[in-house]
Design a protein around this ligand. Structure first.
Ligand code: 5AD
Ligand code: SF4
Length: 476
């Protein structure tokens, strides 16, 4: 999640390996994940549950006994790609009739009967809150029956499950802190696929961070659809009217951030995603107070026009958003800021699109994740509004936004030249084995000669030049 990006789900899902279990059941699992960081984090829970039952993993789906695809439903394009992949797997069944194929995650609820009964594409369908039932469902599927559990929960946070780190560099890891979302943004399918918002017990979060640090990890990213609304009051759904005492005993997001920052000064803390309507100054002061909480905030704006924001049910105006940006700049002057923007939302006019461009000019984001609006079933927008901006206009507006963001990313990166950066080394540079790469606090990628440094080290680098979104320099 570093350089300016137009997230495109064309990226093939990643296939993961897990360590071998203590006692193997002789069965091989192929696990592929699509979509957001939350989905990748969920795949680590799934791997943990199945490893406990003796599964080993394979990266070749042709030798698998069980194939799971963790799916994304956020835009239509994402769904189409998963569908194509499932067709590939169905073909693999011809060679191995005992092969079990399952769909996990966000597409499960909506497409369950289509996948299982009409198209007979898969044997198992499991929603994001039902992963504990996977071993049982596999057993049912092995008897030749369809197996399904798409129940959403008001409690499940998988707090007690130690995720198996998949595709890990051994340095950076995700920790999930909330599940679900209560916001009901008009365009978004997440509240329907992932259910109501629940916060996870802070003790288990801190423990996970401590364990990761002990294993050599040096950066954790706290994950939630809206991290600012994190509130632990003892479990279950958030209540509207908390008593004085309940509030006193509750843990807020800024308190949680502080607890995780105190695990060790050498453990970097990041978080995603912040919500402009809920991000308060307390959080900003906590970020400013701790050196190891990274100066980087992903603050999706979605649109720069207040009428569109209202239709999107985002809960803030352009002015409110810009006030939050001012607060960030005042309290954390060196903060990196990124956004999500949707172009061509229902009834968006050319002038309103210009408002988005002008907001970008005001903020000058470091990075951006930009999308054309894609209507999703069941959402408020699908029920209330017409998806009436023609596809060509959506993509032309998207291209304008992407072009402006590329310019801003280049400018922001350039501002880092001539400055000293504390870089956490994440790996060997793709371009040269003699170079390492990592990120600075603002999340910009920094490349420098390897010398005797290794992955997981903190290195102080003086940047002397840059390309697009990457700083290049030397350790000092
Ligand atoms: N169409 C286009 N983009 C969407 N997003 C969410 N729903 C849609 C949709 N229906 C984008 C938002 C969100 C990000 C994760 O995906 O910008 O912040
Ligand atoms: Fe979707 Fe809005 Fe929740 Fe983000 S905050 S997951 S965009 S409903």
């Amino acid at each position: 999640m570093s350089e300016h990006k137009v997230i495109d789900e064309s990226k093939q899902g990643e296939a993961f390996m897990i360590e071998q279990p203590v006692v193997s059941n002789g069965k091989k699992l192929f696990l592929e994940s699509y979509g957001c960081a939350m989905n990748f984090s969920d795949s680590e829970i799934v791997a943990s549950i199945l490893k406990d039952k003796g599964f080993t993993t394979t990266q070749d789906f042709n030798e698998a006994d069980v194939i799971f695809v963790n799916t994304c439903a956020i835009r239509e394009g994402a769904e189409q790609r998963v569908r194509k992949r499932l067709t590939d797997f169905k073909r693999a069944k011809k060679n191995n009739p005992d092969l079990i194929v399952g769909v996990l995650g966000c597409m499960a609820e909506r497409l369950k009967s289509q996948f299982l009964e009409q198209e007979k594409l898969v044997d198992i369908v499991v929603g994001p809150d039902a992963y504990r039932s996977l071993p049982e469902l596999i057993e049912i599927a092995e008897t030749g029956q369809n197996a399904i559990n798409v129940l959403l929960s008001k409690e499940e946070t998988y707090a007690d499950i130690a995720p198996v780190r998949l595709g890990s560099n051994g340095v950076t890891a995700f920790i999930s802190i909330t599940r679900g979302c209560d916001n009901m943004c008009a365009f978004c399918v997440v509240p329907f696929t992932r259910g109501r918002e629940r916060s996870r017990d802070p003790e288990t979060i801190v423990k996970e961070a401590q364990d990761l640090f002990a294993e050599g990890y040096r950066e954790v990213t706290l994950l939630g659809q809206n991290v600012d609304s994190y509130l632990w009051t003892g479990g279950g759904l958030k209540k509207d009217n908390l008593s004085h005492e309940e509030l006193n005993n509750a843990t807020t997001f800024s308190q949680l951030l502080e607890k995780v920052a105190l695990v060790n000064p050498d453990l970097r803390v990041r978080f995603s995603t912040s919500h402009p309507k809920d991000m308060n100054d307390d959080v900003l002061y906590t970020i400013a107070k701790y050196e190891n909480i990274c100066s980087y905030i992903h603050l999706p704006v979605q649109s720069g026009n207040s009428r569109i924001l209202e239709m999107m049910n985002r809960g803030y105006t352009r002015e409110w958003y810009l006030n939050r940006i001012d607060a960030i700049r005042k309290i954390i002057p060196d903060c990196g800021i990124s956004m999500d923007i949707i172009t061509g939302f229902c009834s968006e006019t050319e002038e309103e699109h210009q408002d988005t461009l002008s907001l970008m000019e005001t903020v000058k984001y470091d990075f951006g994740y930009m999308f054309a609006y894609s209507e999703r079933p069941k959402t408020l927008a699908e029920r209330k509004y017409k998806d009436d901006v023609p596809a060509e206009i959506k993509s032309r507006r998207l291209a304008e936004i992407v072009e402006l963001q590329l310019k801003h990313s280049a400018e922001r990166t350039k501002e880092g030249v001539g400055k000293v950066h504390r870089v956490l080394v994440e790996g060997i540079s793709k371009k040269s084995k003699e170079e390492l790469f990592g990120r600075n606090s603002q999340s910009t990628v920094v490349v420098f000669p390897k010398e005797n440094f290794k992955i997981g080290d903190y290195v102080t680098v003086l940047a002397d030049r840059c390309t697009g979104g990457t700083l290049i320099g030397k350790a000092i």
